[in-house]
Design a protein around this ligand. Structure first.
Ligand SMILES: Cc1cc2nc3c(=O)[nH]c(=O)nc-3n(C[C@H](O)[C@H](O)[C@H](O)COP(=O)(O)OP(=O)(O)OC[C@H]3O[C@@H](n4cnc5c(N)ncnc54)[C@H](O)[C@@H]3O)c2cc1C
Length: 399
């Protein structure tokens, strides 16, 4: 049975998370009609480390929906504390990183979008593209066809839309899988920092959020992630890490996992459609730029779509969007142009296998502390699969 077109929307947006909702809000402010579609119903959970950089917040503010405007609770953080072997070091972030719950942020943003009469929101229906070319698109969801003049693809890292349009989403040589869960702080004080534990095969992040909630996320290869994705083995590992940091945590939300996040399309357009957020390119969360990129590109695409309805040819404007995006994200590109953070301290010079963006590495200050004894490190190592920590860790311990 073929679906009948029911609704005309000037712009159809697939994916109503940060990138998609942001695009819809910016378009509505410019007076355009939008159909915003997501396969989930909100509020919904999303695997994430929940560290929102100052750049991400600046995008929200510029779109008129700052965290305060959204009434979204958040915890100000002042940088990262990185644990590696028996040492830790601190990377400051004076710019204003915050810990923020994605259930809340995503829900507040889509609720904000829902206030615009020109935005139609369609939830709980997987969207599939029927037609897409410059100046025209038809998208099917929940048995209806939605027809518009422009398509924005904002459906995340695995982007089924990009795949369905016949383009390859480049598979990484070493897939980095992700998982996250929420915990309550029952004892101790967590510094206002993202606590990052570097282990062979990946990283574990503890991000303090508002109201004593702590997000525990892990990114890495399958052998690291699998135990973090299962409630029982996760508990043992989180207890050991919490002990190392000097706190005690109780589980609140079970772990949520996702596939490889370092797959990327790395193209900001496809068949006349604008591609935004993770659907376009994923970033190393260590630099906290995933959410910022989603918000930035959502807004940027909307601004170019609006421009494309004026004098200029839509394909010229689409190309201009691609170039502008490249320009804006060059300094924080993750996964693809990474650098190691090299730090000098009282114990000498060392290079960590911490892959951070060049922008962040440039801001690294040299603060290295002995934080915990070899016994706890050994326990952690055996918990994390009996493998040794990376050669860097041993070099650090020996130095
Ligand atoms: C473990 C982990 C930790 C992370 N930590 C951080 C961090 O601390 N800081 C940071 O800035 N970033 C972090 N990130 C990255 C961040 O989560 C993403 O960059 C961000 O969510 C991208 O937003 P988006 O709107 O592009 O896509 P997503 O948030 O992935 O949203 C895509 C949306 O599209 C919808 N969708 C998918 N397919 C369809 C379809 N066919 N039809 C309709 N809807 C569809 C989905 O339901 C979803 O709502 C982390 C990611 C992971 C996995």
């Amino acid at each position: 049975m073929s679906a009948t077109p029911r609704k005309e929307g000037r712009v159809i947006v697939i994916g109503a998370s940060l990138a998609g909702s942001m695009a819809a809000i910016e378009l509505a402010r410019a007076g355009l009609r939008v159909t915003l579609i997501d396969k989930e119903s909100f509020p919904r959970r999303k695997p994430c480390g929940e560290g929102l950089s100052a750049r991400g917040q600046a995008e929200l503010t510029a779109a008129g929906c700052s965290l305060n405007e959204l009434s979204c609770e958040h915890r100000p953080l002042d940088g990262y504390r990185i644990f590696h072997g028996s040492r830790s070091l601190e990377i400051p972030d004076e710019a204003g990183l915050v810990g923020i719950s994605r259930i809340e942020l995503d829900n507040r943003l889509i609720s904000y979008a829902a206030r615009f009469p020109s935005i139609d929101i369609v939830l709980g229906g997987k969207a599939s593209v029927v037609e897409s070319r410059i100046g025209h698109c038809k998208v099917r969801a929940r048995g209806c066809d939605f027809v518009g003049g422009t398509l924005i693809v904002a459906d995340g890292a695995a982007s089924p839309t990009i795949r369905s349009l016949g383009r390859t989403v480049r598979a990484p040589r070493l897939p980095r899988l992700g998982t996250s869960s929420s915990w309550g702080l029952v004892r101790g004080e967590l510094l206002s920092k993202v606590h990052t534990v570097l282990v062979r095969g990946g990283e574990i992040y503890l991000t303090p959020l508002a109201n004593g909630v702590v997000n525990v996320s892990a990114l890495g290869d399958r052998s690291l992630i699998q135990p973090f994705a299962q409630e029982r083995s996760l508990r043992v590992r989180v207890d050991a890490i919490a002990e190392m940091i000097g706190v005690s945590l109780e589980p609140m939300y079970a772990p949520l996992s996702c596939g490889a996040i370092n797959t990327y399309y790395r193209g900001a357009s496809i068949h006349g459609a604008y591609v935004v957020g993770d659907a376009c390119e994923t970033f190393d969360p260590c630099a906290g730029f995933g959410m910022a990129h989603a918000l930035l590109t959502g807004r940027l695409a909307a601004q170019f779509v609006t421009r494309g309805l004026g004098e200029l040819a839509p394909d010229t404007v689409l190309r201009a969007y691609e170039l502008e995006r490249e320009d804006r994200i060059r300094d924080v590109r993750g996964f693809t142009r990474l650098t190691s953070a090299t730090m000098t301290s009282g114990i000498g010079r060392m290079s960590l296998p911490l892959l951070v963006s060049t922008g962040l590495a440039a801001r690294v200050s040299s603060s290295v502390h002995d934080t915990h004894g070899p016994d706890l490190v050994r326990r952690l190592v055996s918990l994390l699969g009996g493998r040794s920590l990376s050669p860097h860790a041993e070099a650090m311990t020996a130095s």
